[in-house]
Design a protein around this ligand. Sequence first.
Ligand SMILES: CC(C)(COP(=O)(O)OP(=O)(O)OC[C@H]1O[C@@H](n2cnc3c(N)ncnc32)[C@H](O)[C@@H]1OP(=O)(O)O)[C@@H](O)C(=O)NCCC(=O)NCCS
Length: 460
Amino acid sequence: MSANLSDTSLRKRNQNESNPRESDSVSKIHNIMQLTDPCHEIKESLLSKSNNEINSRGFLNLALVLLVLSNLRVALNNVITFGILIDPGKWTAILMQNPLYRPTFLLLIALNIFITIALYIEKIVAKKRISEKRANHLIVANIGVILISPIIVNILFECNLLLSSFVCGIYSVVILKLISYHSVNGWCRTAIRYGKPIATFREVKQEYLKIIDTKNLVHYPNNLSVCDIYYFLYAPTLCYQINFPQTPRIRIRFVLTRLIESAVLLQIIVGLIQQWIIPGVMNSLEPFQDMEYSKIISRLLLLAVPNHIIWLIFFYTFFHSFMNLMAEILRFGDRDFYHDWWNSESVDQFWQKWNIPVHKWCVRHVYKPLVYRGYSRFHASCAVFIISAFFHEYIVSIPLKMLEIWSFAGMLGQIPFAIFVSTCLRSNAANVAIWLHLIIGQPLAILMYYHDYYVMHFAK
Ligand SMILES: CC(C)(COP(=O)(O)OP(=O)(O)OC[C@H]1O[C@@H](n2cnc3c(N)ncnc32)[C@H](O)[C@@H]1OP(=O)(O)O)[C@@H](O)C(=O)NCCC(=O)NCCS
């Protein structure tokens, strides 16, 4: 074949050399013959083809470019209108405002007393110095006191808003952790009473047994120690277990990377709040008071973008950087803090994937116990969302010193929203609905709280 081709080209070259005019006309005819080739066949338009055949990478880039350009415009507009508002010193000054930080610091110190009481209750019930029923009463009383302490302190003293919110968050976490701690120890006692093997081994997954020296596994009630309870309180999980899976060593480079990431991203979040959120929220008060709906929607949308960017940065900072940092320092092995919630195609999926520590706690300490008692999955889910709504409201309302229901309603609203999405929407549409509810829901709640706070304190 290649020999034939080279023969032909050789002949052509010889002809060209012998008679250039003749060769010109031959190649012209050859070209024209090529042009007369039929150029139509039965074909679908590109956009009529099935989605799998279309490569839409360019559109994704276009969307990203448009997103960056439009937000750049909004950001520039913000800087032109308000100037540069980022000032890290201002935050430190607000946090250390004397004496507003003192009650919140005292609350943090007091937490150690409640934790010691929790450990003491477990110790005396393990030694059978009090009955199981008595122990339960003491546990409920201790947790009740933990729950109401921030409320009382916030009512009696003037507290720093930010620190107070942080302390309420810590108190909520400690309450959930202590519930888990008491439950697991209670399950161990029940297992001993019925002569069943205690969960120590069962709870440690098989693959971890290879790296854990099984001789060093702790057995109930030897786990009831100060070190053990404080390890659990600092570990990035809400669910207690005797013998947590642990990694063999601390990777210093990993720790430093996560530490720098957390510090830098926190500064970025604070800067974005100062520059973007605070002026945006303040600006939206007037339309809210005058009930100008078109302006309210415009302000809401203006706030939605920076708020969402901050929320995404917060997600990475908290669930990836910070939790991994804590886990690495404590050699805590289970790093399953989040799943791919961004691909959720139902509200159920979103809550299963977004915050794994909370989801695990809800399933283990509320959902499954209720289902085992014969409640339907729907009722168990409602109970979980009511508890979750309560704690969301607790973290927001106590520092603001006003009992509003926006956060509570937002969490409870998940139940009808989940029903709507699962019955009316499918795949991509469902995913878009979940993104929309995240993008719009949060700034709406922020504006509602700010409006009510302003009306309550400064309206006169
Ligand atoms: C309510 C909630 C717990 C439901 O969870 P879910 O995963 O959708 O519920 P499912 O029915 O699919 O199953 C949950 C578990 O119960 C088990 N289960 C369900 N029905 C059961 C039954 N009849 N008997 C025994 N086990 C059962 C499932 O096997 C599953 O176990 P697994 O987790 O070990 O796999 C979840 O939506 C949730 O966590 N919501 C609140 C989240 C929240 O507030 N987060 C705040 C973050 S800021």
